[in-house]
Design a protein around this ligand. Structure first.
Ligand SMILES: Nc1ncnc2c1ncn2[C@@H]1O[C@H](COP(=O)(O)OP(=O)(O)OP(=O)(O)O)[C@@H](O)[C@H]1O
Ligand SMILES: [Mg+2]
Length: 409
């Protein structure tokens, strides 16, 4: 390779021998060339010749833009001119018109008025950068796509939830209608029986009256009135369930109330069931609606009877109870209560029945036998009275229902 003219003098040249400078410029991996003030090539290193695929003799002494006319109008030409004119270094990253690859170029003004130019092939780096930018762009696209997919899935889920809520509301409505239907059927049946009995008694009453048989007429009038009273009781029960009737709290002696009910209980459960009472002496009074307590106890006795189709034993017991963390239907309880226990030796309840007995209209009995309101009403009454309830029962082990009513002050 022809040795070019030395680069115009700089302070470095003063300190470093020219031969050493050549050696350095020939061995560096950057391409290097120098132009004089007229733009003629005064030096070009081996790396530049290699990249351009030219020989030094083709270039030296010739105007750069004559050798490489494709530089004209290119940012590289502007950088060369500007560095010369402004005496400031120019840096450029562009696709080289000579190599058709990305090249980083640094143009430094030299003291002679020319320029020294370093350049380096950065094509691979730029391609990598662009690929990376492209990847980042695609990644953003993918993220946007996934976000859109997720939003769509979310919207579908929300629509499904709404649909399910609508279905649940419809189901609840259907269940309510079924329950109301059951209730209405039960009441109609019960009420019809009462009306039949009243009508029968009144007809007999008329016949006796026409025969002026006053003594017998009185019996039928009494029977009709009793039926009217039963029908009214049924209505009271329904009103109480609908919470239409406020609780009429009064001081109640539970033992006396039970004592007065025993005839009715014995008649209701029938001869097959042995009825026993264990009423504690010195029982504290309680404050509650006596009528509702009576109804609640009667329902418990009738439930017990229904659970003992082959007969059995029914125990009604009372006791004063000072509770400390006693487990009840909904938690645990402390304080002074009067406990009323109704226990039977019947079929008991499997867990799935036990779990639902306080639900209004839950019954395992045929429609004409039960409306499923008994224990629901009992629960409402007990809670209204400030008391608690617990059922101990298992399939085949009999059932004990305990009510705790707060001790009256
Ligand atoms: N002592 C018991 N032994 C076994 N199962 C019982 C007992 N008491 C209640 N049950 C069950 O609990 C259900 C609900 O009782 P609840 O008293 O609330 O309604 P019902 O007796 O079916 O109808 P209603 O009392 O309105 O005439 C009963 O149908 C029965 O399955
Ligand atoms: Mg019942």
């Amino acid at each position: 390779m022809a040795m070019p003219d030395p680069v115009s003098s700089t302070p470095i040249e003063a300190a470093v021998p020219v031969a050493r400078l050549h050696e350095i410029l020939e061995s560096i991996s950057d391409a290097f060339y120098a132009l004089d003030a007229e733009g003629r090539v005064t030096y070009v290193n081996a790396r530049a010749l290699q990249l351009w695929n030219r020989r030094a003799a083709d270039l030296l002494g010739r105007p750069f833009t004559d050798v490489f006319p494709q530089v004209k109008g290119h940012p590289l030409e502007h950088a060369l001119i500007r560095a010369g004119a402004t005496r400031t270094a120019q840096h450029l990253e562009a696709v080289s018109p000579l190599l058709n690859r990305w090249v980083a170029t640094a143009v430094y003004p030299s003291a002679s008025g020319g320029v020294s130019v370093y350049f380096r092939d950065i094509d691979q780096r730029r391609r990598d950068e662009m690929a990376l930018r492209d990847l980042a762009g695609r990644l953003e696209e993918r993220v946007a796509e996934r976000t859109a997919e997720l939003a769509a899935a979310n919207a579908r889920l929300r629509a499904e939830i709404e649909e399910r809520t609508r279905a649940e509301v419809a189901l609840r409505q259907a269940q309510k209608m079924e329950a109301i239907g059951q209730l209405t059927g039960g009441i109609a049946h019960d009420f019809n029986n009462r009306l039949q009995a009243i009508a029968g008694a009144l007809q007999l009453l008329r016949r006796r009256l026409s025969r002026a048989d006053v003594a017998e007429a009185d019996v039928f009038a009494k029977a009709a009135l009793a039926e009217v009273e039963r029908a009214a009781a049924l209505i009271r029960r329904l009103l109480a369930f609908g919470r239409q009737r406020p609780m009429q709290a009064e001081r109640v002696e539970v033992n006396a109330l039970i004592g007065a009910m025993m005839d009715l209980v014995r008649r209701s459960v029938g001869a097959g069931v042995r009825v026993e009472t264990e009423l504690a002496e010195g029982l504290w009074p309680v404050e509650c609606d006596a009528n509702q307590l009576e109804n609640a106890l009667l329902n418990l006795c009738i439930n017990a009877r229904d659970a003992m189709p082959e007969g059995g034993r029914l125990v009604i017991a009372t006791a004063n109870a000072t509770l400390t963390d006693e487990p009840v239907q909904d938690g645990t309880v402390c304080g002074d209560f009067v406990a009323v226990r109704v226990a039977d030796s019947g079929i008991g309840m499997p867990p799935e029945v036990r779990a639902r007995v306080f639900d209004p209209f839950f019954t395992t009995k045929p429609p004409e036998r039960g409306t499923g309101l008994g224990l629901a009403m009992l629960y409402g009454f007990v809670r209204q009275a400030g008391g608690h309830v617990r059922i101990d029962s298992g399939a085949g082990t009999g059932t004990t229902v305990t009510l705790w009513l707060p001790r009256a002050g």
